[in-house]
Design a binder for this molecule. Structure first.
Ligand code: 3H9
Length: 693
């Protein structure tokens, strides 16, 4: 074995050379790897004893792509596209031997090799689009030549990976190797030599792209699909353009075009935001005072209290991960209804082919419904998901403390209430915390792990670990009204309601917020979640627009009328002139002199107070770092990924500008806009939120 660089070495086994890449944790194609690959191929080329080369990786995976941490820094030679052209042109056959994930530049390495073999569990993908990029080392030119543009398009433009069996069927790989990968790849190389197989240089393949040349509909149809799923994102369209170029341009020109598009995307703000988010999502699990080796509590069985929408969704998360749940409801009738809804959700998944009937039975079999809280005596974690009433929650927690075994974790799913007060009802406050799921809990990936004053480190570490197991993105936050997400969200709620009193109408506010990139504007969202949430006829004072529309039964989508009208069964909002009239009359009666409000003001008033509240949350140490707040907003509130989250966006806009606008609004509209001390401090020091990440 000869070490070529610290990350690459060459091993000779008879006439086969193994080019080993060893760059933990994911064999990213950083400088030592690229240099080692280039020099290794040259060495193998110059050695007459070597007849074929196997490219293979140590550790948990083949290459996961270019080293994203190098992006934005001065590039160091050799560049990946040049290294891969050396692979392509090598006169000795190169066989890529793949395990784990051949992603991005990793798959491009495999595509530049002449043959590909893989273990059955391997996955193949070009996820660059998820980083706001496109494959920039020939992936957009080679993959369509290998499998045809129709199959290549979704891989390039969605970034979703495929598994080995599909890769074999589609022609991405040549063989699946059972048993040891190195041995299988060597045997494959020997076969190639023995059979004198012609070199399969993907760059020279034309059959699949010739077939597609007179089918422009392939691209037109795909663009229609993208318009629905990738609104606002720049990279997917660039991906389509590059694949289109593979069909119409000679290989070398296509490569040049791909490079141009890659550079454009790399220098734009969308990719910067998406790359930032990639690391933010991984950072969120790292809590400064929770050591990595904290002993975890084994969660073998979970209890959920409340079989409503929230409790049902939470239950599904655990049974999906194979963890049995005891589901408690006060009355049999509610329990039956809750279990029925869960079953219906699974049946819908089965009807879409996402699971089998057996899977549905197995999951339902993991749920034990009961009306007796005593049945929670043997669970390791209980999540209370009853409605937001402090007295009720306190009563439940003091009962749980008596029923549950010592060491069981007691969690509340409250969205706003004080977890310390709830914990104080027990003799085990160190085992109490908040687990704030977002609705629908079986779909939304965000989970706020609420750390109460006395919650112990092992309990917190266990909560973060179990969240990962049930495929949630857990963000640790502290106790305050609404924690991090809802506390920031309430700023937008307040401003949206003020804006319609001052002169805007719901449709204008919604359009501005939608055009910014949210899936919908605030008023359409209120209609979706129900205008009557937290409202009651008995206590309604008729002193707000919301009171008035609820008094008219305009509860939102479920009533087919709210701030908008809806055709029965449709989610598409239609204008409701009667509501607009109500807003105008009410605001005038209240003494507002309605005025035209610019889209710019609407956007700033819906966004900047969120940022400002984020700064206060950081000041109070309710969140660990600004990027955690961005993770919350992207996963819980529909913030557009390509804008990186409110704190990233604030840095991009410039904190001095955010502060100036907040001060201007404060002068015009009062202390709702009072700048956070942290915002003032950062501006004074010429720093960004990023300096706190
Ligand atoms: C590209 O290839 C461009 C080319 O087309 C053109 C170039 C010219 N770089 O996710 P994990 C780190 S663009 C640097 O927790 P898992 C990650 O931050 C690239 N670092 O593990 C984490 O660090 P830490 C296209 C990377 O097992 C650690 O590795 N490729 C990279 O759950 C473990 O990661 C992609 O977009 C990287 N490329 O998942 C693939 N990848 O421990 C991105 C990971 O300090 N990667 N790290 O927090 C992934 O999708 C997942 O990491 C993977 C493993 C599935 C591979």
């Amino acid at each position: 074995m000869v070490a070529i660089t610290e990350a690459v070495s060459l091993e000779k086994q008879g006439e086969i050379a193994l080019l080993w890449i060893d760059n933990p944790p994911v064999n990213a194609l950083g400088h030592p790897v690229r240099k080692g690959m280039a020099d290794g191929i040259t060495m193998a080329m110059n050695d007459d004893d070597i007849k074929a080369i196997v490219v293979i990786c140590k550790g948990r995976t083949f290459c996961a792509g270019a080293d994203i941490r190098e992006f934005g820094k001065p590039p160091l030679e050799p560049h990946l596209p040049d290294v891969l052209n050396t692979f392509d042109q090598c006169s000795k056959p190169i066989i890529a031997a793949i395990h784990g994930t051949a992603f991005g530049g990793g798959l491009e390495t495999a595509l530049s090799s002449h043959f590909r073999v893989a273990v059955p569990s391997a996955q193949f993908g070009l996820p660059e689009v998820k980083l706001g990029l496109l494959p920039g080392a020939g992936g957009t030119q080679r993959l369509p030549r290998l499998i045809g543009p129709e199959k290549a398009l979704p891989m390039v433009a969605t970034g979703n990976p495929i598994r080995a069996d599909k890769a074999l069927k589609e022609g991405v790989i040549d063989e699946i190797v059972a048993g040891d990968l190195a041995e299988g790849a060597i045997a494959f190389a020997q076969k190639v030599l023995a059979e004198k197989r012609p070199m399969r240089r993907v760059s020279t393949m034309t059959e699949k792209i010739d077939e597609a040349r007179n089918k422009p509909e392939i691209f037109a149809d795909y663009r229609k699909q993208l318009a629905k799923t990738a609104r606002g994102f720049e990279a997917p369209e660039a991906c389509v353009k590059a694949v289109e170029a593979a069909v119409h341009k000679p290989f070398a020109e296509g490569l040049k075009y791909e490079r141009e598009l890659f550079q454009q995307l790399m220098s734009g703000s969308q990719s910067a935001a998406q790359r930032y988010y990639f690391f933010a999502e991984r950072e969120v699990a790292k809590i400064p005072d929770i050591p990595k080796d904290t002993p975890l509590i084994d969660i073998k069985k979970v209890g959920v209290i409340g079989a409503g929408t929230m409790g049902g969704g939470i239950t599904m998360n655990f049974v999906n991960a194979g963890i049995p749940v005891t589901l408690v409801e006060a009355k049999q009738e509610f329990l039956d209804r809750g279990l029925g809804v869960i079953k219906k959700n699974y049946d819908i998944s089965a009807s879409k082919g996402k699971m089998t009937a057996d899977d549905v039975s197995a999951r339902m079999g993991l749920i034990k419904g009961t009306t007796h809280m005593e049945d929670l005596a043997d669970v390791d974690l209980v999540i209370e998901a009853v409605f937001e009433n402090m007295d009720l929650k306190k009563e439940i927690f003091s009962k749980l403390d008596a029923i549950c075994k010592p060491g069981a974790i007691l969690a509340t799913n409250t969205s706003y209430l004080n977890v310390d007060e709830i914990a104080a009802m027990t003799q085990r406050p160190e085992y109490v915390l908040g687990l704030h799921f977002f609705s629908p809990a079986n779909v939304m990936r965000l989970l706020e792990v609420v750390r109460a004053a006395k919650t112990s480190i092992p309990v917190l570490a266990t909560a973060m670990a179990i969240a990962k197991k049930i495929k949630k993105i857990a963000v640790m936050v502290g106790v305050c009204h609404g924690f991090a997400g809802n506390r920031m969200f309430s700023q937008r709620r307040r401003e949206s309601e003020k804006l319609i009193l001052e002169g805007a109408l719901p449709a204008q506010v919604d359009k501005v917020v939608y055009d910014f990139g949210f899936p919908m504007g605030p008023f359409q969202l209120y209609d979706l979640i129900g205008n009557d949430l937290g409202w009651s006829k008995e206590t309604s004072t008729g002193d707000s627009i919301r009171d008035l529309i609820c008094e008219q039964g305009r509860f939102g989508l479920k009533a087919s009328k709210g701030y908008y009208n809806y055709d029965p069964g449709s989610r598409v909002p239609k204008p409701a002139p009667e509501v607009d009239q109500l807003i105008v009359e009410f605001s005038e009666k209240k003494g507002y002199k309605r005025r035209g409000i610019s889209d710019e003001e609407i956007l700033q008033r819906c966004i900047y107070p969120i940022i400002n509240e984020g700064a206060k949350i950081l000041e109070e140490k309710i969140a660990v770092r600004p990027s955690d707040l961005d993770v919350i907003w992207i996963n819980g509130y529909g913030w557009p990924l390509y804008r990186g989250g409110p704190m990233f966006y604030a840095d991009l806009v410039g904190l001095d500008k955010v502060l100036d606008v907040m001060k201007k609004f404060q002068a015009e509209h009062g202390d709702d806009f009072k700048p956070a001390a942290l915002l003032e401090k950062l501006v004074k020091e010429g720093k960004k939120f990023a300096s706190l990440n």
